[in-house]
Each structure stands twice: as C-alpha cells, then as structure tokens.
Design a binder for this molecule. Sequence first.
Ligand code: 13P
Length: 335
Amino acid sequence: MPRFPGPETPIVSSRTANESCWPGALTGRSVIRKHQCNVRASRRSAPFRRCRLKSVKDWRVGCLFPLYANGAVANIQILLRMDKERKLIVAGNWKSNKTNSEAVALVMDLIRELAAVKEVDVVVCPAFTALSDVSKLVLGSNIRLGAQNLSDSVYGAFTGEIAPGMLRELSVRYVILGHSERRQFQKESDALVAKKAANAHANNLIPIVCVGETLAEREANITEMVVETQLRGSLAGLTAEQVESTVLAYEPVWAIGTGKTASSAQAQEVHAFIRKVLVSMHGEAIARRVRIQYGGSVKGSNARELLQQPDIDGALVGGASLESKGFVDIIKNSI
Ligand code: 13P
C-alpha cells in the first residue's frame, strides 16, 4: 500500500487521486501529527473540506484521498506546501508608477501592515528613482527590494543602463527580467534576457525571469511552444544552481492589466509544463526547487485559489500592488 508521503520522500508536485497516497485508517489529525504539519481546514460543508498543510519540509504535493473524519469518509484535498524549498514569493511590480514620495508612503504602509508576515517572501519593485529611499525604509523589515531591470554589463559607458553594483549598494535582492512589456516595447530578446540573468547571478542578484504567451498565441494553441522557447532561451547558459535560485514568473500577456485572470486551472497547467521543461533541462531535484510565480490581474479575490495550485509558488502583481490594501489582501489571502 502506498504510504502517505513524508518530508523525506521526494515527490514532484501535481499528484492526482489515481497515483496518490492512501493514508489507510489514519485520520486527518493523525496524518497531521505524524508529519508535524499545521493544518487549517476551512469550514466547508461535509463531505468536502479543504485543508492546507503548512511547514512541510522539502516537498510539496496536492493529493486527494479519503479521510475518516467523525466516522464519515470525506474527500479532503490536501495541499502540502514545500515551505523550505518553495516558500511563496509575492512581488509588487510598480512598473512606471509612483514618484519617490508616493513610493515612500506606500512602502511605509506595507511595512506596518505586513510586519507579522513570515510565511511569504514579500518583495516590492519600485522605479529606479525610488529605490534609494525605499531601501532605507525596508532595511530591517520583512520586505525585500527588487528592481525592474538590469544592464547586461557592469559599469561603463552604457548611457541609461543600471549596473548591478548600483543595485547591490541599495540592498536590492531581486531584479525583474524579460517582462513582456520590455519584450514588447524595448524589443528584448530571450538572448538578452539570458545575458542579464547571468549578470544578475554573477552579482548576487536574484532574477525574476518572466515568460508568457499573447492572446493570439494562446488562441493558436502554441502556448507551450512559446513558453518553452522563452524559458530555454532566457535561461540559456545559466548553471543548474543559478536556475535553481532563479524565480520564474508566468505572465500570460493577455491577462496583464486587463482584469482577465487566467483561471487557476489554466495557470496551473502552464506552471506544471514549465516545471516539466525544467526537469528536462536540469533534472527533477532542481526543477522542484524553482519558484514559479503567476502574474496577470492577480488581486485579493483570486489570489488564494491561484496560489493554492501545486505549481504556483507566488504572484507577480502589477495594478493591485499600487495601493497597500490591494497588495496586503493578496498576501494575507495567500497564507
Ligand atoms: P497586473 O497585475 O496589473 O495585471 O500586471 C501584472 C504584471 O505585469 C506584473 O509584472
């Protein structure tokens, strides 16, 4: 009989009821005790309840299995979060919004509202002009700083470019690369994104590499081909270790700023595909450690369902990150 998988059991995500585990006569609580997880069961009407296990080390799986609860068999969907290796990461991409003083006001609100959040890596990515002041404010808080672009070179005669050392001095940790807006308006290619990603890693910055198809590409049924090409091209030349620490963001272009979110099933399907491509590039162990954010009209009302998907490890948020309540709601709803 397959046993209920434990932290020591390496399992890739997205197990289905057919292939998943059978806990036998264990009750939900004993499963929980056995694996030392915290569980929060939302109050759904029997026989369906949804549980969420947190603090499970080293692996992550969504599985369906019958659970004996109060003498009745209930189907329980358990989502195990691989906290250690795939901690959720929610980043606000402020794009070309917010003056320095507006950015300062927003981040002060966020620091106050999110002070207790430990379960999620929270990142804000203001415009370059606000990085210096925002950097001073987030120092010592649980909010990390990201930038929205990076040069593919270091210091030198590259007018208008931002060198990695300039970001490092401001304690910037993350840098968004290959966003569809830059691919579209600045004509950034996968090869350029790969050079920038290598530059980021060489200088201790974590790239958030974005991929995603347009509406025409989705309608032409070439989403997977487009995403795979972008992924392989944008990660070309990175070592397995560099890929492992890279954050990926799947942002379907048709969902960005349109209010049209991909359904959680649509998003999960592409995220699982991305992980499959990662397996073929660098093997299973690396692939299951890479965090993949979803981006495209994420808001408080849809964050929970999206982020509960087994291969969705966070969100890259545009519009809803521009006011504190919107961003805070997303983070609180994702915990
Ligand atoms: P919206 O959340 O405004 O759709 O933007 C998503 C995005 O582009 C984040 O990088």
